[in-house]
Design a protein around this ligand. Structure first.
Ligand SMILES: [Zn+2]
Length: 146
């Protein structure tokens, strides 16, 4: 079964927006975590360092060792990395060709568009199975009742 939307615990999209604006004009990135038994609800985020060694205004990369460490930590906490978010300073919240070439079909990708320091758009994308294109998925924020 395939999900055509992604659910976020209320407040997390705000955290992604804040991170994106803080990092402007560079791209920022982070991972999205779900409980390992329900992979469609994002309950937590971890900021990652943009370790791209060229201009970070238009590229991001996550050090594989940092991703590996985050993955291990998530496992210990009963969670799973289900996606990666990053920002697009002064460009649309759509995956670039570079993003397509450097993405994995098992992750969801949230992209924010940051225009003059303010997030104007936030979208979620998932790859199709032959890894040739991204399809948009709706972002749904949910409240958890205590
Ligand atoms: Zn990108």
């Amino acid at each position: 079964m395939r999900w055509y939307f992604i659910r976020f615990l209320s407040g997390l999209i705000h955290d992604i927006v804040q991170h994106s604006e803080e990092g402007y004009p560079e791209e920022v990135c982070g991972v999205m975590l779900s409980p390992s038994d329900t992979s469609d609800l994002v309950i937590s985020l971890r900021r990652m360092k943009n370790s791209h060694d060229g201009p970070r205004q238009s590229r991001y990369s996550i050090d594989p060792m940092e991703l590996y460490a985050a993955d291990n930590e998530a496992t210990k906490e009963g969670m799973l990395i289900v996606g990666i978010y990053h920002s697009h300073p002064d460009s649309p919240a759509k995956p670039s060709k570079f993003d397509l070439d450097h993405s994995f079909p098992w992750y969801k990708y949230v992209i924010t568009s940051v225009v003059e320091g303010k997030v104007k758009d936030t979208r979620c994308w998932a790859m199709n199975n032959d890894r040739t294109a991204f399809m948009e998925e709706a972002i749904v924020e949910v409240e958890i009742r205590k």
